[in-house]
Design a protein around this ligand. Sequence first.
Ligand SMILES: [Zn+2]
Length: 668
Amino acid sequence: MPSEPGEITINSPKSGTLVVTGESLPVAGHTIPGQLIKPNGTFVAEQPPSSVRVRVDDGAERTATRSHPTWKRWETGIQLTSPGTHTITATAWHPQWAVEATTQVTAVARRIGIVGVERTQATQFFHINGQGTSTAQDNSVPLVEGKPLVLRVYVNSASGTPPLTRVSGELVLDGTVLAPSNTARALPGPDISRGASGDSLNFWISPTLCSGTKTCRVRVFDPAHQGVVGFEDETTFTLTFTAVPRPRVHAVLLHYTGLGLDIPAPTDADVADTLSKVVRMYPISGFNYTGFTVHNFAGNLTLATGGGCTQGWNELIGRLWTLRMLSGTTDVYMGLLPHGVPSAGVIGCGLVGAAVGFNGDGITMAQELGHSFDRDHAPCPANITSRDPDYPDYPGLPLGSIGEFGLDTGSFQVHDPALTSDFMSWCEPAWVSPYTYMGLRTTFIGTRAAVQPTLSEGRASMREQLVLSFRLHRDGTVQLFHGFHLPAGEMQPTGGEPSDVTCELRNAKGRTLSSVRCRLGPHSWLDDEDTDFHEVLPWDETAHSLVFRRGQDEVHTHVLERTAPRVTISGLVLSAGDPGTARLEWTAAAPPRTELRHAIRYSNDGGTTWRGIAVDLSGQSYDVDLSTLPAGERCHLQVVTSSGIRTATAQTGPFTVQAKPPHARHRP
Ligand SMILES: [Zn+2]
């Protein structure tokens, strides 16, 4: 019996379609079955094809996929490997017949292709053209919620006619269409430099969009040939952001009155400015800025003598540490010096819980705050003190290099690891390495102390702590500064490098009541001519002496005052004005052969919380600028009087401090 052959049609691609070489091209069509017919012309049965096969030009045939049981619809995919016009032939086969259909397409070489997308909020692992450490997966530095992100899209622009000059594109992020911040130079892939921000197409993503998981589609194209096949490319990926707690920072604005000068303290806005520079290098969306205290400082920062940060700086950082201890907080105390304060060489100092630097100097403050979060130095210069032994040594790069290319998402400035040191080093220029960035991230996520207001919330259980500062000279003698004991929870500082120096509080019979293994600050080493220590240990009323040991050797014994000092408030004069000033006066009696030092604390909540505002006073009065203090209806001032170690306190009755006129406070 004769067969009537079936029919086949290619639905796509249509004849004349332009495609890109090497890209998968879907081919799809349909068939109409043949018919089995009796010689008398009577229809007997349908004869669907037994297969559909597809070939390009004279190439090998491949069997299509049946998308209907009798091949009424079929599909497959092909690749065109060479430019030019190609014939696609689809054949429907049946044992008794075969029919074919053809379509002609033109393949063009790809001119623009995405090579990779770097996701950076300050630094990132990424490898292209031998640039990058290759020590971790591309884009493995995690993304921080609420922190601006820059996507650097690296595009290969193949040479050819017409020549390409620029690359543009667009980003669709969860439905939001974003334009790039630049048009990139069109470059052959191997010529792309990670060190040039203009060699990548950059998308700045606002912090408000940086949360949760986002789907991204990036399309790049030659703006002179938009929509032309071969002159565009796209890729899709997801971004995941994780929240990092904001570290708490309290600012101490330093009013400088030393060396016959009177330099006003920096302002609240200066704090915001300095912290905003630090935030760009830190793995956080911002600091939790808890407020500020204005503090007068008259020390001399030009003295080149003394170990650690040098004498005047040691005194200043010690004060900040004491103010923090007086405040019973785990906030980092960040001192900000105004421009113009004379100093010699040193530009900042830091230890766990306290940091100080100049107004606007973000790089130095980044390091000092790094110390306050217990980070050591990156190895530049090689003989730097408190060198972090785990800092990576990147092959082919100088010691202390940032390793990877950094990016300032505020300015798009790229930081080259061949020229740039980590901000935890003493070399410049400086930026942040993935090592420091990830280390700080771990600290902020894992350490309560960095982000909690107080370590011990149960104030009823607060016991007295002895806050102690002393200087150990190289010959073993100890110089004790005025310390004090106050109810202060468990404010044991946990940072710094343990030394062989121990401090013990003993009773009259020589029994140890409490002890602490002293820790070295990041700028100190025990071979120094002298080393400052700042320690906290539990206080006991039966204490008789403080004993200092190095290893097993007792190097110094300090016998405490036999009796405590006495202090009473003799006057509080609140000046007219809104909110004005307060003059606090007191009278104090010292135990025999002692000198008194006083500190001032302020509370605006009836004495529940206190804030240290002045330390190391030797007079019997102090003028408090109430305009710089938080308002409240049950405010108190307290004098903390130390005769060396033993401490007495006296406080005023409650008074009201009016709220200050509102002003915009930046939250960096
Ligand atoms: Zn340092």
